[in-house]
Design a protein around this ligand. Structure first.
Ligand code: GLN
Length: 540
C-alpha cells in the first residue's frame, strides 16, 4: 500500500521544505522505491500564475500546463519525475471546487462547511490520481500556526486516521537558532512549534532541524524528550553550500533509514548515491569560471528565476565549469554597457510588461553586435525580434501589442491556436489567470540549424507560458537581415525558435527550456550556451 509522508514547517518560513521533501524523495528512489511529490499551498489564489514573482518567486509550469509553486521544480529536478496538475493545489483551488459543487447542487441540501466539505476536498486531492507509487510526499506550504494553514493540518490529521498511522508519517522541519551570547543552539522555538502541531492533533514522527552548526547529542535528547520524538529521529539539517548536497547529508544523518524503519520496510544500507557525489564534486571542483549576465527586472528576489539559475548551473556541471551569474537590473539602462563588461554570455529571461524593456533591448543589441553568445527565453526571444526589427529593418516603432498599439506588431496577441485537437481562443479583454499558452507543445526544428545540432533531433517538446507570439508575417523581412525562424509549431504557424545567422551563438526560444533541465540531465540549450560562452573572450 502507498505510504504517505507529510512535511510541515515550523518556527520561520524559508527553511527549505521543498528541498527537504525533494531530497527525501531522491533518497527513497535511491532505495528502489517509486515516489511522487505534492504541494498544498494555503493562499487564496487559484494558482500562482497571477502573483508577482517579487512576492512568490517563479511560477513553475508542468508538462500538462498547470501553473504551480516553484517547489514543484525542486521535486522534478531532484527526482526526475514530471509533476502533473494533480500534484499541486491551493486554498483557492479547493474552495473553487467546493463552491462549484455547491452551485451544481452536489451536496444535496447540506450546509456547506469547512468541516467536512473543505477538509474532504483536501483529502480527496491528496489521495487522487495515484499510480501505485510506494510513497507520496506531501508538503504543506506556510508555517504551522498560520490561520490559513489550519484546514490542511486538519485534513492530514484525519487522513492519518483514515489510512492508519502505519501508512502515514509526519515530518516537521524547524530551526534551531544559535545564540552567540549563550554559545548555544536553542531548542525552545522548536518545542513551541511542536506544541502548536500537537494542539491540532498531530504528533510529528521525525524532526528535521535546520541549524548553522552541528547539533550536540544533548540537544537532540532534549528535543526528543520535550517533543515526544525518539532522539535518533531528531535529524540534523545543517546549512550546506549547494542544494545538491542535501540528499547525501540527510542520508548521513539517517533520514531515509528512519523513514524505512518507521514503515517497517527493508532498508538495505548500500544504496547508490554516486550520481549525487559526481555532481557535487563537479560543483566543488570546476575547471574554471564563466561569466553570464542575466538581464531582468525581478533580480531583487532571486527565487523569481529559480529554474533558470539551476539550469545554468546544470549547463556548468556538464561543462565542468562554474557559472558565475551576474544579475543586471534592466530598469537601469544607462549603466548597462558598463555592467556587461567582462561578460561572456548574455541571457534575457521570461518577463511581462513594458517596464525595463529598454535595458533588455540594449543588452540584446550589445550581444548581437559584439557577437557575445545570447540566449533569449520567451520574452527574451520576443525582444530579440523587436531589437532586430528596430535596428536592422529600420522599423523604429516595431513592438509587441503587449505594450499597446503599434504600426509594426512584430509580436502580437495569440487569439487562436490548436492545443492538441482543441481550438483555444483568447481576447485582449479575457481573464489573465490560467489563460496563456501553457504546458508542453511540439516543435519542429529546421535541418542544419544550430537548434537542430544542439538538440540532435528534428522534433522536440518544450513547455510554454506566454500570451503573445512572434508575428510570422514578418519572417521574410527578418530573414533578409539574418534572423531565421528555425523552430516552428507542427502546423508551421508559430515561430518557436529564432537564430541570427551572422552570429556565432544567438538563439531565442518561445518556450522555457529551464523548466526541463535536471542536474543529471542538463538541458542541451544550456549546455551549448555555456560551452559557447566558455570559448568567448570577456566583453571589454
Ligand atoms: N509577456 C510575454 C507574453 O505573455 C512573455 C511571457 C514570458 O516571458 N513568459 O507572451
Amino acid at each position: 500500500m502507498t505510504k504517505f509522508i507529510f512535511v510541515t514547517g515550523g518556527v520561520v518560513s524559508s527553511l527549505g521544505k521543498g528541498i527537504a521533501a525533494a531530497s527525501l524523495g531522491a533518497l527513497l528512489q535511491a532505495r528502489g522505491y517509486s515516489v511522487r511529490l505534492r504541494k498544498l499551498d494555503p493562499y487564496l489564489n487559484v494558482d500562482p500564475g497571477t502573483m508577482s514573482p517579487f512576492q512568490h518567486g517563479e511560477v513553475y509550469v508542468t508538462e500538462d500546463g498547470t501553473e504551480t509553486d516553484l517547489d514543484l521544480g525542486h521535486y522534478e529536478r531532484f527526482t526526475g519525475v514530471s509533476a502533473r496538475a494533480s500534484d499541486s493545489t491551493t486554498t483557492g483551488k479547493i474552495y473553487s471546487a467546493v463552491l462549484a459543487k455547491e452551485r451544481r447542487g452536489d451536496y444535496l441540501g447540506a450546509t456547506v462547511q469547512v468541516v467536512p466539505h473543505i477538509i474532504d476536498e483536501i483529502k480527496a486531492f491528496i489521495t487522487a490520481d495515484l499510480t501505485d507509487e510506494d510513497f507520496i510526499i506531501c508538503e504543506i506550504g506556510g508555517t504551522v500556526g498560520d490561520i490559513e494553514g489550519l484546514p490542511f493540518l486538519e485534513a492530514i490529521r484525519q487522513l492519518s486516521n483514515d489510512l492508519g498511522r502505519e501508512n502515514t508519517l509526519f515530518i516537521h522541519l524547524t530551526l534551531l537558532p544559535y545564540i552567540a551570547t549563550a554559545g548555544e543552539l536553542k531548542t525552545k522555538p522548536t518545542q513551541h512549534s511542536v506544541r502548536d502541531l500537537l494542539s491540532f492533533g498531530i504528533q510529528p514522527d521525525i524532526l528535521l532541524c535546520r541549524s548553522d552548526r552541528p547539533i550536540p547529542e544533548d540537544a537532540k535528547h532534549k528535543l526528543g524528550l520535550f517533543c515526544n520524538v525518539r532522539p535518533e529521529r531528531v535529524i540534523e539539517a545543517k546549512d550546506i553550500d549547494t542544494i545538491y548536497q542535501v540528499p547525501m547529508s540527510y542520508h548521513q544523518e539517517g533520514l531515509d533509514w528512519q523513514v524505512c524503519r518507521y514503515f517497517g520496510l527493508k532498508a538495505n544500507n548500500d544504496l547508490d548515491l554516486s550520481k549525487w557525489h559526481t555532481i557535487v564534486n563537479r560543483i566543488h571542483h570546476p575547471d574554471g569560471q564563466v561569466n553570464i549576465a542575466i538581464v531582468g527586472k525581478y533580480i531583487s528576489l532571486l527565487d523569481a528565476y529559480k529554474s533558470l539559475s539551476e539550469a545554468l548551473i546544470h549547463g556548468g556541471i556538464a561543462n565542468n565549469i562554474r557559472v558565475k551569474l551576474h544579475w543586471v537590473d534592466s530598469d537601469n539602462p544607462q549603466n548597462l554597457q558598463d555592467e556587461l563588461i567582462g561578460m561572456q554570455g548574455v541571457l534575457v529571461p521570461g518577463g511581462f510588461g513594458e517596464r525595463g524593456i529598454e535595458g533588455k533591448l540594449k543588452a540584446i543589441q550589445i550581444a548581437r553586435e559584439k557577437k557575445i553568445p545570447y540566449l533569449g527565453i520567451c520574452f527574451g526571444m520576443q525582444l530579440a525580434v523587436i531589437e532586430t526589427a528596430r535596428n536592422l529593418l529600420g522599423l523604429k516603432e516595431a513592438s509587441s501589442t503587449e505594450f499597446g498599439p503599434t504600426p509594426d506588431p512584430v509580436i502580437g496577441l495569440m487569439t487562436e491556436w490548436m492545443d492538441g485537437k482543441n481550438l483555444q481562443q483568447r481576447s485582449q479583454e479575457g481573464d489573465l489567470g490560467g489563460t496563456m499558452r501553457l504546458g508542453s507543445y511540439r516543435c519542429k526544428l529546421q535541418e542544419g540549424s544550430l537548434a537542430h545540432k544542439i538538440y540532435g533531433s528534428s522534433s522536440i517538446y518544450e513547455r510554454h507560458r506566454h500570451r503573445y507570439e512572434v508575428n510570422a508575417t514578418y519572417h521574410d523581412q527578418l530573414k533578409n537581415v539574418g534572423l531565421h525562424f528555425t523552430g516552428l509549431s507542427p502546423d508551421g504557424q508559430l515561430p518557436e525558435i529564432i537564430e541570427h545567422q551572422n552570429h556565432p551563438w544567438f538563439v531565442g526560444v518561445q518556450f522555457h527550456p529551464e523548466l526541463k533541465s535536471r542536474p543529471f540531465d542538463p538541458h542541451p540549450l544550456f549546455v551549448s550556451f555555456i560551452e559557447a560562452a566558455i570559448h568567448q573572450e570577456r566583453l571589454v
